[in-house]
Write a protein that binds this ligand. Structure first.
Ligand code: B12
Length: 265
């Protein structure tokens, strides 16, 4: 790959890889962002963005770790968009589209194909250096780039995540998203008494990290060097917490308040 492209991507993402668009084209998720996929897409540049702040940052936290840092959708889009602009200047006849989070690509599979780690039993991308504490983002392009060759084997399939999942959402055979406590904590529909008890015992008013906390590969995971994440971290959500630029902002105040009220004495 062109040294200039490498330099641009090294600036944009701590770790990145490439996979062919054709490898993923039959698995596109149906969402509004899919309309932004360039018609003649050939390659996907996939980046990973670590968000672990170190254990000491989570004492007393009442939200899952991904929500402690500022909204990753915004941070990563900005980081990748800077790179996309430089690539557009370098290749004016090609298209470069940035996606993250509400991406039409199944991002965990995409990152695995780009050689960045392995989809673990808990369904998440598990990386050598950062464990599963990473976000994923992409630049989809009409430019042909050589796909990354490395294939990582990271998940030991020990089953600790399956055993720890309090709802049985995780099994070795798959994942039932509606049983996932992260999904339950975000649902608008009224909670059943059983779901309320699950949220209370998890201690988290938004998201769930149980399957990640027990993962042996997450012990001693490298901490993030992304400045925006370090500087903008807020480890608790309260009734008066601003929703601006937070991962739970899109859901509005009601769901968060309902969950916070479960912890009132
Ligand atoms: C909706 C969603 C959720 C839902 C449902 C999750 C789910 N697994 O279905 C809920 C709310 C539960 C959720 C929870 C969480 N999420 Co979420 N979520 C997403 C989102 C937006 C879409 C996932 C989705 O619907 N995938 C569709 C399903 C069906 O995909 P799939 O299981 O991989 O199956 C596809 C592939 O297998 C593919 N396929 C099948 N065969 C083949 C063969 C080949 C060759 C290929 C290439 C593909 C392929 O086709 C299938 C259908 O498209 C993604 C972002 C994205 N666009 O991917 C983030 C994402 C997966 N979430 C993320 C995070 C951080 C979380 C939480 C940790 C947050 C938290 N702390 O609470 C939890 C973890 C829960 C868990 N253990 O999965 C990160 C994961 C990062 C990582 N390290 O892996 C992502 C990638 C967002 C991001 N940009 O970083 N999430």
């Amino acid at each position: 790959m062109d040294a200039e492209i490498r330099e641009i991507l090294n600036e944009a993402a701590p770790l990145w890889g490439v996979c062919g668009f054709s490898e993923i084209s039959e698995h596109i998720l149906s969402c509004r962002a899919a309309s932004r996929l360039p018609k003649e897409s050939k390659s996907i540049i996939c980046g990973i963005f670590p968000y672990n702040l170190g254990e000491e940052s989570y004492g007393g936290s009442n939200i899952s770790r991904y929500a402690v840092v500022p909204d990753y959708n915004n941070t990563i889009r900005d980081m990748l968009e800077k790179a996309a602009q430089k690539l557009r200047a370098l290749y004016p006849d090609e298209q470069f589209e940035v996606f993250c989070g509400n991406s039409p690509l199944p991002e965990v599979s995409t990152a695995q194909l780009a050689g960045l780690g392995e989809k673990g039993v808990n369904g998440l991308l598990l990386t050598e250096s950062y464990g599963s504490w990473v976000f994923i983002g992409e630049i989809v392009t009409t430019l042909h780039l050589e796909p990354s060759q490395n294939r990582a084997s990271v998940c030991g399939r020990c089953g600790k995540c399956v055993d720890a999942c309090p709802t049985g959402a995780l099994t070795f055979d798959g994942f039932d998203r509606e049983k996932c406590l992260s999904y339950i904590s975000q649902q608008k529909e009224p909670l059943t008494p059983e779901q309320e008890a699950l949220i209370k015992s998890s201690g988290s008013v938004w998201g769930c990290d149980i399957c990640q906390n027990v993962c042996p590969k997450n012990i001693g995971a490298q901490v993030t060097a992304i400045d925006e994440f370090v500087k903008g971290a807020v480890s608790r959500a309260e009734h008066d917490t601003s929703l601006d630029n937070r991962a739970f902002g899109w859901r509005g105040k009601k769901v968060l308040e309902r969950n916070l009220n479960l912890f009132k004495e």
